[in-house]
Design a protein around this ligand. Structure first.
Ligand code: NAG
Ligand code: NAG
Ligand code: NAG
Ligand code: NAG
Ligand code: NAG
Ligand code: NAG
Length: 505
């Protein structure tokens, strides 16, 4: 891991920057400048005044009108502004001192925290082209070339962390300058929830694709403006695999009050919002491809998996759980799927129990060992066309199937009525990653709830219930899915192998 100090460069540039303004003006001055001198005088004046106004507006958000009067008065007494060159050292000092920090979390927009400019860095707007990722980049044209600076590392109240824009030549005093590319993520929910964490990562992958695969030097994570120092390990591994770097900056070891300014920063606060379906699928394609490459797996995809006559193999994988939302009778469920699989030519059933994660956890010193979980899953999913699983985090691995992979999802009693939209996450994930969610089965039987069954309090009873099974319903459902997958894979095999006609199969 790289130490923060090696990545940041402390700058305390009290020296006076080279004045650029007058030089540029000289360049524009024609030989007949004597005729133009009143004009020149006024344009110089305007520029100086505009510059001043610009900074003042930022520092005087609360009462812009009161300030306008001041500005007008100053115009009427232009003497103080007649010579930009002379004023430059003091202007520069003023610029540095007038960099105004606003709270990262703007409570005025608490009601619309997720909309438009959101309550995170609320004074700034995103760059957004139709169908593309929505983001902010600094420095950029829309920031007038200014860098993003951040102050504070509060992890309990985002209103005590601040942001500001500043020109590189006049960064605020005592600023620490971070070289390279910084990814700044805003997540309204939780980086430990795989779904929400993944959502906040997707736009960065989109940007990364778009910008020639630029690799970040560090990540800074926020939730409601509060600094976060870690993410779900599965997600962290995925970040590492995708970007080659998942170093999370927490500003430890830095002066508490000094601002941090970034050579180049990209800010995301809308997750994948704004990205077209096609773009999202490309993002998942990229992550899948990088993960497979990291695990040294074939990148060619499922269509290469055929028997000696070239007939495609159908991989069906049962993801089993232990404890919450596991099957009451594993062997009975396996039997049903095995029986139906045997009826189909070239169907291969894999039953996967969650691997022993406590072993992986002990191996955190070596990051690559930590991958043991994801590596196992990436490999497993690269052999899978149909994943059969109770609702749960293990289903996140569906993104590692080839596009058009199928998902059959099972819920315990009560979820349908009480679990809210949260139960749809794998439907969404499947759709975004280019998969086919084949529907859900809801257990009609379950634990007894002392309240009426649509009472919200029952959710705590049902949430981690165990799953029964319905032999007839499961068999019928999986037959349909198998037929559909078989037909699609045959078509695919034929289209990849132009020389063969259906009869030859
Ligand atoms: C502006 O100030 C600089 C340095 O003080 C001086 O060299 C220059 O002649 C001044 N220009 C005008 C137009 O007064
Ligand atoms: C910069 O840091 C020094 C030393 O920590 C401190 O004395 C000084 O007041 C700081 N300056 C500003 C403008 O915060
Ligand atoms: C900011 O200034 C420093 C030198 O003071 C330079 O190395 C760096 O590249 C500049 N950064 C940007 C974004 O212009
Ligand atoms: C693909 O084509 C080769 C010959 O070009 C043939 O041997 C093979 O059976 C074909 N496979 C399929 C799935 O059609
Ligand atoms: C589980 O199902 C199998 C097959 O249907 C059955 O033989 C077995 O008795 C069941 N086990 C339990 C604990 O119900
Ligand atoms: C998981 O690994 C731990 C530590 O290696 C071991 O103590 C435990 O028995 C294992 N559990 C299972 C179910 O294999």
């Amino acid at each position: 891991m790289i130490k923060p100090n090696s990545q940041a460069e402390r700058t305390d540039r009290n020296s006076i920057p080279i004045p650029r303004h007058p030089k540029q003006q000289k360049r524009h001055t024609s030989p007949s400048s004597s005729h133009l001198s009143p004009k020149l005088f006024f344009s110089t004046l305007t520029i100086c005044a505009a510059l001043f106004l610009f900074f003042q507006i930022h520092s005087l958000q609360t009462s812009p009108w009161a300030f306008l009067g001041q500005w007008q008065r100053r115009v009427n007494t232009p003497l103080t502004f007649t010579n930009c060159t002379k004023d430059f050292p003091s202007m520069s000092r003023k610029l540095r001192q007038s960099v105004t920090f606003l709270p990262l979390k703007d409570l005025r927009f608490a009601q619309t925290a997720m909309q438009g400019h959101t309550w995170f860095m609320s004074s700034l707007y995103d760059t957004h082209k139709e169908g593309e990722v929505q983001y902010q980049q600094f420095p950029s044209e829309s920031s007038q070339g200014r860098l993003l600076c951040i102050k504070g590392r509060e992890s309990h109240d985002g209103a005590f962390n601040y942001y500001a824009l500043a020109w590189n030549e006049s960064l605020p005093y005592n600023a620490t300058y971070f070289k390279g590319l910084t990814f700044i993520s805003y997540n309204h929910y939780d980086y430990y929830n795989i779904w929400h964490g993944l959502s906040s990562m997707v736009p960065f992958v989109g940007w990364h694709r778009k910008e020639g695969c630029a690799v970040p030097n560090r990540w800074i994570l926020y939730h409601w403006g509060e600094l976060r120092n870690s993410v779900n390990p599965w997600l962290k591994t995925l970040m590492e695999v995708t970007f080659g770097n998942a170093f999370i900056e927490t500003f430890e070891g830095f002066d508490n009050d000094g601002p941090f300014c970034f050579e180049k920063a990209v800010v995301m606060r809308h997750n994948e919002g704004g990205m077209s379906r096609e773009r999202r699928m490309e993002v998942y394609d990229l992550m899948r491809c990088k993960a497979r490459r990291r695990c040294k797996l074939s990148l060619e995809g499922r269509w290469k998996d055929v028997d000696e006559w070239g007939v495609p193999v159908i991989g069906m994988t049962l993801l089993m759980r232990r404890g919450a939302r596991s099957w009451k009778n594993d062997s009975a469920v396996i039997e049903i799927f095995q029986r139906e699989c045997k009826k189909i030519e070239n169907c291969r059933l894999i039953v996967s129990y969650p691997i022993n994660l406590s072993f992986c956890d002990q191996a955190t010193k070596n990051r690559l060992t930590f991958i043991c979980d994801i590596k196992y899953n990436v490999r497993l999913m690269s052999l899978t066309d149909i994943v059969v699983s109770p609702h749960g985090a293990q289903l996140s691995n569906l993104i590692f199937m080839d596009r058009y992979g199928s998902i059959m999802e099972f819920f315990p009693k009560g979820w349908k009525q009480l679990a809210g939209v949260g139960q749809l996450v794998f439907r969404w994930l499947a759709s975004w990653a280019g998969m086919i969610h084949q529907g859900t089965w809801h257990d009609p039987n379950g634990e007894h709830c002392p309240y009426s069954e649509d009472d919200r309090r029952c959710m705590s009873v049902f949430k981690n219930g165990k799953l029964g099974h319905d032999e007839k319903a499961f068999a019928k459902w999986v037959r349909t899915v198998l037929k559909q997958v078989q037909a699609r894979k045959m078509d695919e095999a034929l289209s990849k192998n132009g020389t063969t006609t259906p009869n030859e199969l």
